[in-house]
Design a protein around this ligand. Structure first.
Ligand SMILES: [Zn+2]
Ligand SMILES: [Zn+2]
Length: 441
């Protein structure tokens, strides 16, 4: 199951402004100067730019559109302005897969689901070129009765030059009942009503041993267990929860009945429902990339303070996630950051046989992408250490020139002692002490 985002903004498209681009260039070049990045080497520059994350790139400005590729079939969720980009991609057929799909030859077939018909979820459809190619077929699923009429209304002559009944492709509409569970190809899809003006519907997709939830445009007014239970049940054990994180918590309390939620409420909902990855989605058009990055770091801090180890990701245009990846693990969490040529890796949760492959891959990737082989491994959040974890650390020493273990909880340290390997590692109380030791060598 391959998930891809084509538009992640809510309400209205919010393209990045020229002054924002300028600001990104200025801050990137300033940082490159401070870090003495070799600006004559394109590979070094690319690595450096990647490490800047949202300081150098953007979540994008298009409104909601998400696709899943499952068993070679294309499932589209919502038709905000992001669907125009999807259309360009399908029509230009740049790879084997899209050539085979044949949307540019009138041979294409896809499933299109609507959460609801607010502008930001339908406005891209008239500009989705594959619907203008005779021969293409779209099976359109919706819960609201009025979806076909609403799609037609936005293409009335007063709003658009071409009318809905002049569309070249065939659109087959399928109305779903609230709570209905259907099987489309190999995918089991169910829905639940969300609290939103005029209602919106969340979809749960199950296929390829993976579960994905699209739950955008929803407000959770009462956070009492009895009221959130139906949502938590619907989101339970998902690999990804795509969540309406448009507001801050404060706004979600003040703007009651506006129908949107926040990242921190999503964090609670996801961790209570045992979700593996929380995707922050439906960004406010007025939020800058820096503000969205700030929301992410606050959400991570919030979870960390609760002792929860759930991965949180900002949904941005172009982001792809393969959900059948066996290395997605709910009880082990790893992230890294490059500061002054040292890679800081934080691991949390249960460090056992379920986590080692992911640890190895992540370590190899960060050594590669950051171009440093000095690693400070912060183990503060490790709740359980097993021999497989020790083995992975012992192996890591071989690939890393300087590896320091810091902030090791007492129980974890005792396990390292029991394994008789304490002398294999450079162990320090905290990150500063380790850094001083690195610098004195
Ligand atoms: Zn919306
Ligand atoms: Zn809406």
């Amino acid at each position: 199951m391959l998930l891809k985002f084509w538009g992640t903004r809510g309400s209205i498209p919010a393209p990045i402004r020229p002054d924002e681009v300028e600001q990104k260039v200025v801050s990137a070049l300033t940082l490159a100067g401070q870090q003495n990045v070799d600006l004559t080497n394109p590979d070094n520059i690319a690595t450096f730019v990647k490490s800047l994350a949202l300081n150098a790139t953007t979540v994008g400005g298009n409104t909601t559109c998400i696709t899943f590729e499952i068993g070679g079939k294309l499932f589209i969720f919502d038709a905000g302005s992001g669907i125009r980009e999807l259309g360009q991609y399908l029509m230009s057929a740049p790879d084997e897969k899209t050539k085979q799909w044949g949307f540019n030859r009138g041979k294409g077939h896809a499933y299109l689901f609507f959460t609801h018909t607010h502008w930001d979820h339908v406005q891209g459809l008239p500009f989705f070129n594959p619907i203008h190619v005779p021969g293409n077929v779209f099976d359109v699923y919706h819960v609201h009765d009025h979806v076909p009429q609403s799609l037609a209304r936005q293409m009335e002559a007063a709003f658009f030059p071409l009318q809905f009944d002049q569309i070249g492709a065939t659109l087959n509409f399928h109305r779903l009942d609230e709570g209905e569970r259907i099987k489309v190809e190999n995918v089991v899809i169910s829905n639940i009503e969300l609290k939103h003006p005029g209602k919106a519907y969340a979809y749960r997709l199950e296929a390829d041993n993976a579960v994905a939830i699209v739950a955008t445009d929803s407000e959770y007014q009462s956070l009492d267990n009895v009221d959130t239970l139906k949502y938590r049940n619907f989101y339970a054990n998902a690999d990804v929860l795509i969540f309406d994180a448009m507001f801050s918590v404060r706004e979600s309390f003040v703007k009651e009945d506006w129908g949107h939620s926040s990242a921190l409420i999503g964090a609670d909902m996801a961790s209570e429902a045992n979700v593996k990855r929380l995707l922050l989605f439906h960004h406010d058009p007025t939020s800058s990339d820096a503000e969205i990055a700030q929301i992410l770091s606050e959400t991570e801090e919030y979870l960390e303070r609760q002792g929860k180890f759930l991965e949180v990701i900002i949904a941005r245009e172009g982001l792809e996630l393969e959900l059948t990846n066996p290395t997605i693990i709910s009880d082990f969490y790893i992230k890294d950051q490059l500061k002054n040529d040292v890679i800081y890796i934080t691991v949390s949760g249960k460090f056992g046989g379920q986590a080692t492959e992911r640890f190895r891959k992540h370590l190899a990737h960060s050594l590669n992408s950051h171009g440093s082989d000095k690693v400070i491994l912060n183990m503060k959040g490790v709740t359980e250490m097993q021999m497989a974890g020790i083995r992975a650390l012992v192996d890591a020493r071989r690939n890393v020139m300087s590896l320091a273990l810091v902030d090791i909880p007492e129980n974890v340290y005792r396990v390292i002692e029991l394994s008789g390997t304490t002398d294999f590692f450079a162990i320090y109380d905290d990150e500063e002490t380790a850094l001083t030791a690195f610098n004195s060598h």
